[in-house]
Design a protein around this ligand. Structure first.
Ligand code: GLN
Length: 207
């Protein structure tokens, strides 16, 4: 049966699930909260929301979703993670807890809470490769940055080197590897659905 709108799951264990669901609907998808392994088989893509990655990692375990999710993404299920979601998708997280699980879906090393305590949260405009219509306004909340990328990882956005950025200048904050997309910031919070549209296109284009 051909479907007009792709069904995109939002991992609904913790974090800003409703905000992602609303943006996915605006971006032309049907959003479905995912809490159980069988719900994973109903989706054409999955969003891992912002929140707290150690909590989400623990809940993935107790809801028996960790391995099914890892397998589905390894099999090509398109995925998009924001902030805590980026951390979970990464191959490795620095400053994570030793018992924190990684989905190993992106060949990147991230540093949790990388911007430091003094700058817990901040906002700024970023050039975002693949997003037309001007810069993306990015909201960072205890955000990670990407310290290392492997072959096959495309860098989509960096912190501008504005002169005030200090150690954050040029840090990588958005990446894509095949159909896996991740941002260190929260496109679900700004009312601009262009990044979600980009993800919905990846879902539509997936084999
Ligand atoms: N806004 C967020 O998603 C914060 C992420 C959080 N600092 C973590 O390590 O999981």
């Amino acid at each position: 049966m051909s479907r007009t709108r792709p069904v995109v799951g939002v991992l609904a264990l913790q974090g800003d699930v409703r905000e992602h669901a609303a943006m996915l609907e605006r971006a032309g998808a049907r959003a479905l909260p995912v809490r159980r392994p069988r719900e994973l088989s109903e989706v054409d893509g999955i969003v891992l929301p912002g929140g707290e990655s150690t909590t989400m990692s623990r809940l993935l375990d107790s809801f028996e979703l960790l391995e099914p999710l890892r397998e589905r993404i390894a099999d090509g299920l398109p995925a998009f993670g924001s902030c805590a979601g980026m951390i979970l998708l990464a191959k490795q997280a620095l400053d994570g807890r030793p018992d924190q699980h990684q989905l190993d879906a992106l060949d990147i090393v991230v540093r949790r809470n990388a911007f430091g305590r003094q700058v817990d949260s901040f906002e700024g405009d970023l050039e975002f490769t693949g997003v037309d219509g001007g810069p993306v306004h990015a909201v960072f909340i205890r955000a990670p940055w990407v310290e290392k990328t492997g072959d096959g990882v495309e860098v989509l956005a960096r912190i501008p080197d504005s002169g005030e950025a200090g150690a954050a200048a040029d840090r990588i904050v958005a990446v894509r590897q095949a159909a896996v997309l991740a941002t260190a910031f929260h496109p679900e919070l700004t009312g601009d659905e262009r990044v979600h549209r980009m993800f919905v296109r990846l879902v539509e284009d997936a084999p």
